[in-house]
Write a protein that binds this ligand. Sequence first.
Ligand code: SAH
Ligand code: SF4
Ligand code: F3S
Length: 445
Amino acid sequence: MKKAFVKSYGCQMNAYDAARMADVLGAEGFTATDSVEEADVVVLNTCHIREKAAEKVYSELGRLRVLKSERQARGLDTRIVVAGCVAQAEGAEIQARQPAVDVVVGPQSYHRLPDLLARSRERRVVDTDFPVEDKFTHLPRRRTSGPTAFLTVQEGCDKFCAFCVVPYTRGAEVSRPVAAVLAEAEKLAQGGTREVTLIGQNVNGYHGLGPDGAPVGLADLIRAVAKIPGLARIRYTTSHPNDFDEALVRAHAEVPALMPYLHLPVQSGSDRILAAMNRKHTGDQYRRLIDRVRAARPDTALSSDFIVGFPGETDADFADTLRLVRDIGFESAFSFKYSPRPGTPAAERSDMVSESVMAERLAELQALLDAQRYAYQRAAVGQVFDVLVEKAGRRPGQVAGKTPHLLAVQFDAPLHHIGTIVPVRIVEAGTNSLFGQLATEAVAA
Ligand code: SAH
Ligand code: SF4
Ligand code: F3S
């Protein structure tokens, strides 16, 4: 039996693509393996968003080259595939820097993987076209569905934030038709999936063709997905403040399956920096939007992304970011030092913030965000939540799952609870996870 090792290095969409590449290889007779040493095909699904993420690929490829020649000495063939956003951005450079790479394939072409692997026996291949065909219509059936699943509904980005490579690596915004999304969601539900996260680089810019040929927005897509039997929970990510329409706010109020959690990146709290980032919204516009979502669904947990040290960011700008974080109160957040990316407008600027100032600001911001996260977790102690059980827990006899607000919970229960939603009383808050007990009472609505 031929084996394939597929590893994802990036965002949720990158993880979704990695799973779909495993499906493509599965349809060709490959079984999935977690052990790279025994793999006949190794796929690295790469991320280009920050320099560190991109550089990791080359060090990993160095190790794979050694592995490939060791296997070769034993008469075993190994095909090395670089996929994802680094492949898209640096196809030729990857070929030049690492001769052991057999195939370079971009995020829009991976449905052609079997053909590319076959051709790579003659010579090394690069496929980074943005094809006219829709890869989704060429992908095989999904082979696995767990209790939770990602489902790509929209891809690409037309926003061109000054720091970001995504519009270049993923291309222009494209939405999948409603029928295609519903068909994939139904298959997942039939396979036992209880929670689906609709994903897109700019997911609330979704405007897929509906049944009558007119475009449908994300709010109506959510309402349609909510009707699928078996699907109890819906989430979506990542949205942009400027595409957040009233219909989506209403969906938070009116669709019980839509979970009270929102990841809405703001990047900075300084209007000057937001303008320089080409975000096209202010800190106050973001605050007002959060107010509307909270008015619609008061217990919505909030999450965001932040960049510190964007070129030209002063102490006063950074203080505005801290103020915004204090004003809003986040359950969780991701924060990064600005990383100049080739080809983006911000990378041309000469007023870079020094590494040491960036490090200080990141530490200060993360301390504040951590404190907010702990406070949020502590406030959960004593409450009962519906928990979707996803997998076995860290210790024997334990299972792990998530609350509607996406807090991770571990508790004692038999493994047959996996895939079910059960009430759990939170008894303790750890650093990364809550600990609970199966509750006898149901959650108060
Ligand atoms: N499509 C999503 C996510 C894009 S990438 C969105 O629009 O929000 C995820 C996060 O990485 C971004 O929100 C941003 O905070 C961060 N990021 C993107 N480019 C970056 C860069 N050049 N340096 C540091 N962080 C960056
Ligand atoms: Fe990147 Fe901005 Fe598009 Fe998000 S909205 S993917 S940060 S360009
Ligand atoms: Fe990275 Fe590409 Fe996602 S650059 S964050 S894998 S869209």
